[in-house]
Design a binder for this molecule. Sequence first.
Ligand code: SF4
Ligand code: SF4
Length: 329
Amino acid sequence: MGLLSYLKEIFTGKQETPEGPKAPGAPAAKPAATAAPEKVKVAEAAEAKPVQTPADVKVEQKPEEKIMEEKPVADKITIGHVHMSGCTGCLVSLADNYEGLFTLLDNYADLVYCLTLADVRDIPKMDVALVEGSVCINDPHSVEDIKKTRENATIVVALGACAAYGNITRFARGGQWNQPQHESYLPIGDLIDVDLYLPACPPSKESIRNVAVMAYLLLKGTDEQKELAAAYLKPLMDLAARGTEACGCDLIYDVINQGLCMGCGTCAAACPVRAIDIVYGKPQIDRDLCIKCGACYTQCPRSFFNFDVINQFEAISEAIDAAMGKGGE
Ligand code: SF4
Ligand code: SF4
């Protein structure tokens, strides 16, 4: 290395290439091939973001929304669902009200007892008890429960055909899995006083909703509303007063002979022993086959028809629509 090169190296910090200095006018020498990538790497490393682990990720916290409860309805009635021996179809029908059920629970009734929907074990005091199913008299707990229901409820409703007339539980003969000793079942009216029947197997969701609204109006409404509710509920009270027996003959007396039969065939479809045929558009009943289960009577849409209510039909419908609003759909 010459002196000049040596001095250049001292002042510039650059080493001469092995080929030596270029001649004047020659293109500038390209940077050494090994130096450039190193510089790029250093620059990239300097700019690279630090590696994040899942624990480093910060989730933006939204301020907690405070949901203000609307003014509680102080004047609600209390309703309980008491499940005796049945298939739970009546409870399914009650739950089928969907939005309407929320409207009912928001505005008119607190569900204070229901083994499926409310975590309460002992039958409490309540305004209305909806009793589903018949009572197994081989089971002391069932007998005790139905008596307690009567003691604790202002209004007892036989919800559905089993509670009202026995229905399919009339067939019980014992030996069934998993309680073979359970062989005798009675409609609840054979053990306690019942205020009204809401028959059918199961009762329609609308009829359960209507009874709940009418019970509210009867207990908490104005005098006018109470009168309307009493008119709506009267046919159902009459059914309860009539007793726990119903059969094909009752259809003849109460429906066909009253000119109310519309030949729909529902009774024939409901009869478990095929004791009913529809002949010339009207039911014909084989009394020898009939086991008096009441299924036909409770399923007939005209069996709890009441002429007294016809003139108030519009007012009753308006009262229910007004109570349920959109949730009634
Ligand atoms: S006619 Fe049939 S459904 Fe009606 S009570 Fe008799 S057995 Fe039951
Ligand atoms: S269910 Fe009632 S209305 Fe229908 S055919 Fe039977 S008796 Fe007549």
